[in-house]
Design a protein around this ligand. Structure first.
Ligand code: MG
Length: 246
């Protein structure tokens, strides 16, 4: 039982008696698409053009924050400048252009198999992303036809970015599910924090340069070193939810 300890710890911490897994709340960037490389490249280009020093790696840590929040943080940190939300969203449009110029992002190897395994187990798949990037969102139904529920949460539905639990709370509300009826699949520390704060059993998958221990520290109940690793284990984990909850 690969998930036994993780499930036992989750139940102890949350006070729930069982995980009755009916819904998977699934993040987009770094889970469905291998898009973070291009996002971080576009971020660095935007910052350089504005004279702000940065590294690509730091943008992996900010993944999940709203675009405006990232820009405001970087301008404050790198140039001591306070900029308005409107100014930040204008700059975000430029970042979106740079991202698009880098071309179509690849789908995440294994993500299709993950969704099919969840579907075959009768678990509803609900997209929960802080993204408002149309070039990525529009591809979900093209690359993963029929694999997602119509219920979706994007940046257009939320006020707060991750690590605020709002996106996952909204996902749960749309799915009409309680925290112990949902699992979350996330790749970013702030996304894991948001899911954990929403009270869901949180699966962290490292699909970029962030170390596995960072996802555990952020509150992931179980961490996998790759999407393929998660997919190989998922049927056993789903069985563990049932067995541990008897
Ligand atoms: Mg992500």
């Amino acid at each position: 039982m690969i998930g036994k300890n993780a499930i036992t710890n989750y139940l102890k911490f949350s006070g729930h008696k069982a995980i009755d897994c009916k819904v998977a709340l699934i993040d987009c960037d770094g889970i469905l698409f291998d898009s973070m490389k291009n996002h971080t490249r576009a971020w660095v280009k935007l910052m350089k053009k504005n004279g702000i020093k940065c590294t690509r790696d730091e943008f992996y840590l900010y993944e999940g924050m709203t675009g405006a929040a990232i820009i405001k943080l970087m301008f404050k940190k790198g140039a001591g400048k306070n900029i308005t939300d409107d100014e930040a969203w204008e700059l975000y449009k430029v970042k979106g252009r740079y991202f698009k110029e880098l071309g179509e992002v690849p789908v995440m190897p294994g993500a299709q198999a993950m969704l099919e395994t969840l579907r075959d187990a009768g678990i509803e798949r609900v997209l929960v992303t802080g993204s408002r990037e149309p070039s990525v969102l529009e591809r979900i139904d093209v690359e993963y036809p029929g694999l997602f529920s119509e219920k979706r949460v994007t940046a257009h539905d939320t006020k707060h970015g991750k690590p605020n639990p709002e996106p996952y709370l909204k996902g749960m509300a749309k799915a009409e599910a309680k925290p112990n009826q949902c699992i979350v699949v996330e790749n970013a520390p702030l996304g894991v924090q948001a899911a954990h704060a929403a009270g869901c059993f949180t699966v962290g998958i490292t699909t970029g340069p962030i170390a596995e221990k960072e996802l555990a520290k952020a509150g992931a109940d179980i961490v996998f070193k790759s999407m393929e690793d998660f997919v190989a284990t998922l049927p056993e984990l789903i069985q563990d939810f049932k067995d541990t909850s008897k």
